[in-house]
Design a binder for this molecule. Structure first.
Ligand code: PRX
Length: 654
């Protein structure tokens, strides 16, 4: 978060109590929420056990709640058996079989609905297809799909047979897809011929072919959903059309009952070091987190139409598209496409046309739509909306107030939800019928979530109105279980800093005098670009893999819409490029990064220099680079630099 934003959140003092009308009908009012907190405080594991029994369907009930014998590898509900897809689908067939589970709209305006019965049938059919292709319990299946119902069907079908899915966001490049496939050791890939985005076709199959040509030896079969019908190569013996396989598949498929700890999915995310890591989530604990938070934070009701705009390639799309709302028998909306096609009113038109009641998006989208002007939302009837949400990055008070005033018409609660790929579900957020909100604060931890602010030494800061590292002091059911294939990395990354005592989120936070949290951003070398996590090292490795580049250092620069943008300082081999040559190489490097990682990692700024600012021990002074990227006057002591003269050049002044 930029220093301007930090200053503006820390001086923010507007408060918004829960609207009376909302609180009166809410699942949780202040009194009920207080009772939940009291229960959790009195008996942490008993609290979660009670919820797990009441809110999930178990084939074999659990008797052990938390196994901490191998901490910090915690295990929850260990001897219980369940199935995530049975919980999301079968459980609702009797009471809600004809209720719509998914409403879908494509970018071109095509729509499709699935009732719970229909979704169940499709999931069973695909589960049978997967089995027929030799996919067994515990096998990994990579899903590289557009944001269409088939993506959810694929995830649910894997869950149904106990296969572990790993969804790769459709914006990732062949090289990123290959790395992820290889790390999972998947035996099957589910993709589509293409997806629609901003009037273009996203050539998913073509990218997948490139990834497979470069390696991925474990992949035996590729199932291809036909979405764009633009004509793709199908490799005989390997590639199979989804619709052909589904045509003859049976609609009956008994769920595979798995142990609560059985991995439900792997999802890759960026850290400060090395390649992205496969965050491993469990079945029982994860599903409980997704289920409860959908009730507590989104106040989900039977008549809601819940639209979470996140792609299923991110954790938000897992917990609040594919699992949480379906586990609660809710209706979700899925939209495949860009928010501004054909015009800046698209999101609001969708809200109107589908009667969306709960809308959950990222601050970057709010800021982008805010810039386009309030005449766009004002054209549409948004009166069905009753709750707004935000996720993925700090929301600046200005964007919060716009959301509140223009979209919420000053009557809707806003839930700013803090959580991570690793936490599986929302951790800190206002319960909308109970908690007074403040623009820019995610307010307070949810029941059963024990958060602390600690100093450098790991000592909890008890006084209010203080800042420090955000940590979690007790295990929670939806927490990550490990890093796939690298448990040591799990322990070191998340627990090492404070001797296995706390889960370290990697964010810094301020807690105000009311006990509300204000997330300040990452404390490690992780950037948050449009709500997407990017490791600076990943972008640096991509840059230096270009034959003309010797060295690179990447930092974040505050960006009005994206939150942060990628700023790269680059040292070319040979003389420093200038003028036209520099422009040409910069373009080439941007395309190269898009090819190596994906378009989301493209640097907005590339500055060529003869050298990076290094201390005599060879350490790059990143703090200095961050100041330069922001265009700040350099007031830092540069005397420890090996090459202090470089500062002027890096600043673009020489
Ligand atoms: O820095 C925090 C930021 O996003 C990071 C987690 O990113 P990811 O695993 O991709 O998950 C994003 C969606 C859950 C966090 O470490 N972050 C997420 N939500 C918020 C946030 N920062 C401030 N406020 C939030 N509401």
């Amino acid at each position: 978060m930029s220093s301007d934003n930090i200053a503006s959140v820390l001086t923010e003092n507007r408060v918004f109590p829960p609207p009376a009308e909302f609180a009166a009908r809410a699942r949780l009012n202040a009194e009920k929420l207080a009772a939940l907190h009291a229960e959790a405080q009195a008996d942490h594991t008993g609290f979660w056990a009670g919820l797990a029994k009441k809110n999930l369907g178990w084939q074999t009930p659990f008797t052990q709640v938390l196994d901490d014998s191998a901490a910090p590898n915690y295990r929850w509900f260990t001897d219980g058996k369940l199935n995530a897809s049975a919980n999301c689908l079968d459980r609702h067939l009797l009471a809600r079989g004809d209720k719509i589970a998914i409403r879908f709209e494509g970018e071109k305006g095509d729509t499709r609905n699935y009732t719970y019965k229909q979704l169940h049938a499709e999931v069973c059919k695909l589960a049978n297809v997967l089995k027929a292709q030799g996919v067994n319990k515990g096998d990994r299946v990579v899903i590289y799909m557009p944001m269409a119902p088939e993506a959810v069907i694929a995830m649910q079908a894997c869950a149904r047979i106990g296969a572990i899915h790993s969804v790769v966001f459709g914006g990732f490049s062949a090289s990123s897809l290959k790395d992820r496939i290889e790390d999972t050791g998947a035996r099957l890939l589910i993709t589509a011929d293409g997806g629609h985005r901003a009037g273009n076709i996203v050539p998913l199959k073509k990218v997948a072919d490139e990834a497979l040509a470069a390696g991925c030896k474990t992949i035996g079969k590729v199932i291809v959903h036909q979405r764009t019908s633009h004509g793709v190569d199908m490799q005989a013996g390997r590639d199979l059309w989804w619709h052909e396989l589904m045509d003859t598949a049976s609609e009956r498929c008994e769920p595979e009952w798995v142990e609560s700890e059985h991995p439900l999915f792997l999802l890759y995310t960026s850290g400060s070091t090395g390649k992205p890591k496969g965050i491993q989530h469990s079945t029982g604990g994860y599903l409980l987190g997704a289920t409860m938070t959908t009730q507590w934070v989104f106040d989900i009701r039977d008549d809601d139409v819940f639209w979470c705009t996140a792609d299923v390639g991110w954790i938000t799309g897992h917990s609040y598209v594919a699992y949480g709302p379906l586990a609660n028998g809710a209706t979700i909306l899925m939209y495949e496409g860009a928010p501004t096609i054909p015009d800046a009113g698209r999101f609001w038109k969708i809200c109107q046309d589908h009667g969306v009641t709960i809308f959950y998006t990222a601050p970057t989208a709010i800021r982008a739509l805010m810039k386009l002007g309030e005449e766009w939302p004002n054209k549409y009837d948004l009166s069905k909306l009753r709750l707004l949400g935000s996720v993925g990055e700090p929301i600046n008070p200005e964007a919060w107030m716009w959301y509140h005033r223009v979209i919420g018409k000053e009557r809707l609660p806003i839930v700013d939800t803090w959580w991570q790929t690793e936490t599986g579900a929302i951790m800190i957020a206002p319960v909308p019928g109970a908690i007074t909100t403040k623009p820019g604060s995610c307010t307070k931890p949810l029941p059963g979530i024990c958060v602390e602010v600690v100093d450098e030494a790991g000592t909890p800061i008890r006084e209010q109105d203080a800042g420090g590292y955000l940590v979690v002091s007790k295990p929670w059911p939806s927490m990550l279980r490990t890093v796939w294939g690298d448990n040591e990395r799990y322990i070191k990354t998340y627990w090492g800093q404070f001797q296995n005592k706390y889960y370290v989120a990697g964010d810094s936070t301020h807690r105000d005098a009311d006990g509300c949290y204000w997330i300040m951003g990452r404390v490690d070398d992780v950037l948050n670009v449009s709500g997407h996590r990017l490791g600076t090292m990943e972008v640096e490795s991509a840059l230096v893999s270009h034959p003309r580049i010797a060295e690179a250092a990447v930092v974040g620069r505050p960006h009005e819409v994206k939150g942060e943008s990628v700023f790269a300082f680059v040292i070319a081999k040979g003389p420093r490029p200038t003028g036209e040559e520099a422009d040409k190489l910069a373009k080439e490097l941007r395309d190269h990064v898009a090819k190596e990682i994906g378009a989301l990692a493209k640097p907005d700024d590339i500055r060529f220099a003869d050298n990076l600012p290094k201390t005599r021990s060879g350490k790059i002074m990143r703090r200095l680079l961050r100041s330069i990227a922001k265009g700040e006057e350099i007031t830092q002591d540069t005397s420890t630099l090996e090459n202090p003269a470089i500062v002027a050049q890096l600043s673009g002044k020489a």
